[in-house]
Write a protein that binds this ligand. Structure first.
Ligand code: ZN
Length: 188
């Protein structure tokens, strides 16, 4: 079992490790507390106090706030329940015309707008680009990453999700309920 210090994990996260150290780490069995050290390093890099439960990517984290697991951006913007698709709560710019494609693609490498559109999801808190993908026009906004937080903590890490009231296991997608709520509010 390998044993890496917090300093080494910090250098790993900050991409400062030389290749020969990185290669050795990748090939070795993971140390038991690697995840805890990793979270500790991530926590040092964000400007707020909520406890990180799991990162989604470099700008987004699932955190614990008032007993709930929510998605929070590095800039502080909060997207709410992690089981609701946060992509639908971003600012969305859709490239769906030859003119819009040509702003980012060379002229002969562009898409056919009738077959594909390009969606750019932008953080409402700071304007950071959070996700980009090509999809058929009108295609569903799928989850980028929907973890089973209950099973991950209980079965993999052997402990409860810190501070979170709902410890249930299983992948739970609450996006449809969220959309239904939006529709109801729109009707009022
Ligand atoms: Zn942001």
């Amino acid at each position: 079992m390998s044993e890496y210090s917090l300093e080494v994990i910090r250098d790993l996260v900050n991409r400062k490790l030389p290749w020969y150290v990185l290669k050795e780490m990748m090939s070795a069995p993971k140390d038991k507390d690697r995840f805890d050290k990793y979270i500790k390093v991530l926590q040092e890099k964000v400007p707020w106090k909520e406890r990180i439960l799991l990162p989604i990517h470099e700008h987004l984290y699932i955190v614990e706030k008032n007993g709930e697991a929510i998605v929070k951006a590095k800039c502080g913007y909060e997207f709410g329940d992690y089981r609701e698709n946060w992509l639908l709560k971003t600012l969305i710019y859709v490239r769906d015309t030859p003119e819009k494609f040509r702003e980012v693609y060379p002229i002969l490498a562009t898409h056919e707008p009738k077959l594909q559109e390009l969606r750019e999801h932008i953080c409402p808190g700071c304007g950071a680009m959070l996700h980009v993908y090509g999809i058929n026009p009108g295609g569903m906004v799928n989850f980028l990453f929907l973890p089973d937080l209950g099973s991950f903590y209980k079965d993999w890490l052997g402990k409860p999700i810190p501070g979170v009231k709902d410890q249930s296991k299983g992948v739970q997608d609450k996006t449809i309920e969220m959309i239904k709520k939006w529709v109801q509010e729109e009707k009022k």
